[in-house]
Design a protein around this ligand. Sequence first.
Ligand code: HEC
Ligand code: HEC
Ligand code: HEC
Ligand code: HEC
Ligand code: HEC
Length: 302
Amino acid sequence: MTLRKIIVAFLLLGSVFGLAYGAGDLTTKFSNRGSISNTRHNLTQRQVAGGPSGAMMDNYRNDYQEICVYCHTPHGANTTTNLPLWNRTMKVTTYTTYNQLGTQTLQGEVSQPGNNSLACLSCHDGQTAVDSIINMPGSGRYLKSQETTQNDSFLNTWVNPRGQNASVHLRLTQGECLACHSTGAGFLGAGATDFTVAAIGTDLRNDHPVGVTFPSKNGPGTDFNAPSGSQGAARFFDTNNSGSMDSGDIRLYVTNGKVQVECASCHDPHGVPSAGRDSDFNPTFLRVSNAGSKLCMTCHAK
Ligand code: HEC
Ligand code: HEC
Ligand code: HEC
Ligand code: HEC
Ligand code: HEC
């Protein structure tokens, strides 16, 4: 996908939908409450009660008219990965990990990211198109090889009943989604939020370590708090004393027998209400608000 093609496509869209190339509002148009449908993880980009212009993105990702389907499917899920009914293409990638910085204070072992990080990285590392799924809605729109390899001709068979069919399947990276979603994108990105910071890439040295083992020496007298709950193999900090691992509980996942921090330890990709059912979600999909560094201090005794 060249920048020129994007520009041409953008102009086409602009003429079809009569867009104004004015300065835009860089804050989100989603309400961030109620459900994942009202967040940026609704990749249809369409909401019942207004929101961002889904048509703007129709040329660049399939609008499946469903929300969960970009990540989950009830049937035909990806069996190459241990994730709940996972519908995404999981490209095998080697990441540059945090420990390659060589920090002298790091005690835990760092491995390649575990599944609960790879889930996020399947979009956020910029290697795979955000709409690259195995089982598209409707019967017979399934391709087994999509489990590990993105096949654009398969994705191109999707017909968008409420807009333009996508002719390219962009990834969350420079020159693709970021051709509009970054500062300096000029009129091309007019009104588009800058996503540079969310395009994490494959170099994880500047990110909080993931795939890092939680110190087995924890609790009073150590630098780490002790997770009080366990569910299956996972461990969690039962902040609300419910006895179950709820979306607002910071957690540790087990990969290859090791209790580790992953992206979903701190983030819930579905959004977590900040104070009761109908309240705003915690910012940036965090399980716990980080006001006063509460999130950090759930694990770190500092
Ligand atoms: C041609 C430029 C262009 C491209 C390419 C593009 N977008 Fe957008 N996007 C926009 C503009 C402009 C808006 C704001 C318009 C609106 O919300 O009405 C927007 C809005 C969004 C929003 C909603 C922002 C918010 O919170 O209000 C998301 C999420 C988004 N785009 C994701 C993507 C993803 C993912 C890709 C790549 C698959 C992509 N976009 C590609 C121009 C683009
Ligand atoms: C952007 C990707 C994404 C979308 C969209 C998404 N999920 Fe998930 N979901 C995940 C990931 C990643 C996990 C595993 C991480 C974890 O343990 O929370 C997960 C876990 C789950 C789980 C099991 C763990 C739990 O939190 O209960 C359920 C159930 C679930 N999702 C349901 C849904 C439903 C229903 C929808 C649509 C309304 C949906 N998800 C949309 C990414 C997504
Ligand atoms: C889910 C538990 C958890 C949460 C929440 C958490 N951390 Fe960590 N953090 C860890 C673990 C485990 C390590 C690896 C420690 C080790 O092996 O020395 C780590 C490592 C670090 C390191 C690197 C230490 C080094 O020696 O290089 C820093 C700095 C850090 N965390 C800061 C933070 C901050 C700031 C926050 C909040 C934004 C936070 N952490 C939230 C568990 C957590
Ligand atoms: C299906 C693709 C996809 C998956 C899977 C996915 N994301 Fe996203 N995520 C996006 C897109 C697209 C955006 C909007 C553009 C942006 O801000 O990067 C986004 C935005 C975000 C944001 C910024 C929210 C904001 O309000 O600015 C966070 C935080 C985030 N994702 C975390 C995660 C985590 C953690 C996971 C895994 C548990 C995950 N994402 C899985 C596509 C995905
Ligand atoms: C130890 C907790 C922790 C872990 C692990 C973690 N994050 Fe975050 N993440 C945060 C916090 C806290 C913020 C909010 C930072 C801020 O407001 O500046 C954040 C912000 C983000 C954002 C929004 C961009 C930004 O910097 O504001 C994205 C996207 C994101 N995280 C994705 C991920 C992905 C993908 C992973 C796994 C590779 C991950 N996170 C692992 C705590 C974590």
